[in-house]
Design a protein around this ligand. Structure first.
Ligand SMILES: Cc1ncc(C[n+]2csc(CCOP(=O)(O)OP(=O)(O)O)c2C)c(N)n1
Ligand SMILES: [Mg+2]
Length: 327
């Protein structure tokens, strides 16, 4: 059973991700955010439930759809918004943008624009933990499309050969941009795709944060105990287009409506109300708190300065990086 305070915390995180991304979409439409931006709306339960099963200092690595994981890992909404606005107060001083949020203080090794890019880096992080015997595990997020990439095969093979403490979490939302997974994958049961490397795979309901958390906790226990790598397929759905420029005309309306009924946020609200974890007044209070937090983040971003020309050459070379906080 997940304690009441944890349920409320997970609800709050999912709601924050949803509301901040709705605001991001508005700001993008107003031309205040540039570049590629991919929303996570609909998939919030995966990042929130999976990351809640980790220790504070386990490693997390991600894709370009990274706002939710960044926030679930403890990243600040202000630092996120300022990064999207290209401001010097952003988590990467405004030089990374939406797809490249990286926050070493929270052991969040970042988003990457390369499909499947998180997979080999996760194997590398796992190898570092094995060498250092630091008891950390690595959790890598990626989409269904990544499981057809060469790095998927190389990364999983390497992780198993070295029996590394890595959990590969595939967020199967059935589409890679506008292509249905059935048109791009010879085999669509993602959780079975690691069997060829002797890696166990588990399929979970990615629209139910309680299930995600519980099942991930079980897998985390095994992997931290030395079982070697594991694969989790979280079945989920994104409610928006692939990116801000995608009108999403390739999906049937009936399919979208079906998945909207499975929205993870009202689902958790309903179960918390049924179990007296919260009442309606508390839920409304949370909405208001988050509204304030989101508006504060937008204002902070808006009022922050852009990086100066000197920032062009800062953080470019290894000897100018701050020393590794985790070595
Ligand atoms: C190596 C590589 N190939 C192609 C692309 C272009 N691309 C960006 S996102 C994407 C679809 C990926 O789909 P999926 O892995 O299912 O993740 P989702 O967007 O559904 O979260 C593609 C093909 C890329 N960024 N990197
Ligand atoms: Mg996908």
């Amino acid at each position: 059973m997940i304690p009441a305070a944890d349920q409320i915390r997970m609800y709050r995180q999912m709601l924050l991700i949803r509301r901040i991304e709705e605001r991001i979409a508005e700001c993008y439409g107003e031309g205040r955010i540039g570049g590629f931006t991919h929303l996570y709306i609909g998939q919030e339960a995966v990042a929130v439930g999976a990351i809640a099963s980790l220790h504070r200092d386990d490693y997390v690595i991600d894709t370009y759809r990274d706002h939710g994981h960044f926030l679930a890992r403890g990243g600040a909404p202000k630092a996120l918004m300022a990064e999207l606005f290209g401001r010097s107060t952003g988590v990467c001083q405004g030089k990374g943008g939406s797809m490249h949020l990286a926050d070493a203080q929270h052991y969040f090794y970042g988003g990457t624009g390369i499909v499947g890019g998180s997979i080999p880096i996760a194997a590398g992080l796992g190898l570092a933990s094995a060498y250092r015997e630091d008891d950390r595990i690595t959790m890598a997020f990626f989409g269904d499309g990544a499981t057809n990439q060469g790095v998927w095969h190389e990364g999983l093979n390497f992780a198993k050969v070295w029996n590394l403490p890595v959990i590969f979490v595939c967020e199967n939302n059935f589409y890679g941009i506008g292509t249905d997974v059935r048109l791009s994958s010879a085999f669509v049961e993602v959780h079975k795709k690691a069997a060829g490397y002797g890696i166990p795979g588990y399929q979970i309901n990615g629209m139910d944060v309680m299930e995600v958390r519980q099942r991930c906790e079980e897998v985390v226990r095994l992997v931290r105990g030395g079982s070697g790598p594991a694969l989790i397929e979280a079945v989920c759905y994104r409610y928006q287009g692939h990116s801000m420029t995608d009108p999403g005309r390739y999906r049937a309306r009936a399919e979208e409506e079906l998945w909207r009924k499975r929205d993870p946020i009202p689902r958790l609200a309903k179960s918390m109300l049924a179990e007296d974890v919260v009442d309606d007044a508390r839920l409304q209070e949370l909405e208001r708190e988050i509204e304030v937090e989101v508006e504060d983040a937008v204002r902070f971003a808006d009022e922050s300065p852009e990086p100066g020309p000197e920032a062009l050459y800062a953080d470019m070379f290894h000897d100018r990086y701050p020393s590794d906080p985790h070595a």
